[in-house]
Design a protein around this ligand. Structure first.
Ligand code: FPP
Length: 252
C-alpha cells in the first residue's frame, strides 16, 4: 500500500508516494539536543526538554500514520542522574506531564504504553503515572510506545546475568541450554522484536549505553537536527533511507 507522504516542497513537483509495505517494524530513537536547542534560543535547558516532550507526541502520531509497530524512546538514562538535581527532577516529572496532556489522544490512536528500565528507583509520582498509563492502554493493539526510563544497557545485561545464574542454580535450566534466545528473555525487551532502525538526533554518533544487545543488526540513521526540531519530514527522510538499505544480517 502506498500513501502520499509529507513533502514541504510541494511546489517543486508532484507529491511523492511512500511505500507503506517496507517500513521498520521497530524504531528506536535517541532524542538528543534538547539542551543545545534551548541554549540557542537563550532559554533554560528545561525549556528544551518541554519542547522535546511535545515533539514526542508529534512523533508518535507520525509513527501511527506510517504503520510503525513499536517505537522505543530513550527518555532517561541511568547516566542522566549525574545532571543537576533540578534538571533530573524536571526530566522525571515529564512522563506524568506527558501522560496528563496526551493520554486521551494516545487512547484515540490505539497506542499501548510500555516501559523498559529500572523502574523501581524512580520517584513514586513517576511510577504511578506510568503504571496508570500502562494499565489504561493495555488492551490497545496499535502502536506500542515503549519509553526507556532509567534505562542503561549494561545494567540490563548485568541484571540478566544475575537472574540467569540464579535460575541455573535453581536448576530451571542448564548452562548448556543457555543460548541467545533464552538470554533475550531476561532483558527488559523480552517479547519485543529487535529495532530495525535506530535514529539519533543532534549530530552525535554514539549509542550511549542504549540497547547494546538489541541493536546488533539494526540500521543506524543520524541527523544533525536537534530533537525539538524533529518533525515528519525528517522522520520520512529516515524511513526512505531505511527503504534503500540492504539488510543482510551477516549473510550475502
Ligand atoms: C537529551 O538531550 C535528552 C534527554 C536527556 C531527555 C529526553 C527527553 C525528552 C525528549 C522528553 C521526554 C518526554 C517524555 C514523554 C518522557 P540533552 O539534554 O542531552 O541535550 P544536549 O546534548 O543538547 O544538552
Amino acid at each position: 500500500m502506498k500513501i502520499p507522504f509529507f513533502n514541504q516542497k510541494k511546489e517543486e513537483g508532484p507529491q511523492e508516494e511512500f511505500d507503506l509495505t517496507n517500513v521498520p517494524n521497530h524504531i528506536a530513537i535517541i532524542m538528543d539536543g534538547n539542551g543545545r536547542w534551548a541554549k540557542k534560543k537563550g532559554l533554560p535547558r528545561i525549556a528544551g526538554h518541554k519542547a522535546g516532550m511535545d515533539v514526542v507526541k508529534d512523533t508518535v502520531e507520525v509513527a501511527v500514520k506510517y504503520n510503525i509497530q513499536t517505537l522505543t524512546l530513550f527518555a532517561f538514562s541511568t547516566e542522566n542522574w549525574k545532571r543537576p538535581k533540578q534538571e533530573v527532577e524536571y526530566l522525571l516529572k515529564l512522563p506524568k506531564e506527558f501522560l496528563h496532556t496526551y493520554l486521551p489522544g494516545l487512547m484515540k490512536n490505539n497506542v499501548r504504553i510500555e516501559i523498559i528500565g529500572d523502574i523501581e528507583s524512580l520517584p513514586v509520582h513517576t511510577k504511578e503515572a506510568i503504571q496508570y498509563a500502562k494499565e489504561k492502554t493495555k488492551d490497545n493493539d496499535g502502536l506500542l510506545l515503549n519509553f526507556a526510563l532509567n534505562y542503561g544497557s549494561r545494567h540490563e545485561i548485568l541484571e540478566a546475568i544475575k537472574l540467569i545464574m540464579e535460575d541455573i542454580d535453581n536448576q530451571k535450566f542448564t548452562l548448556e541450554q543457555l543460548d541467545e534466545k533464552l538470554l533475550s528473555k531476561y532483558l527488559y525487551t523480552n517479547g519485543l522484536s529487535d529495532p530495525d532502525l535506530l535514529i539519533r538526533t543532534s549530530g552525535e554518533q554514539r549509542l550511549s549505553n542504549f540497547l547494546l544487545w538489541q541493536l546488533a543488526y539494526t540500521e543506524f540513521w543520524f541527523t544533525d537536527v536537534l530533537w525539538p526540531d524533529f518533525n515528519e519530514e525528517i522522520f520520512v527522510e529516515a524511513l526512505l533511507e531505511y527503504q534503500n538499505r540492504s539488510r543482510r544480517f551477516g549473510g550475502i
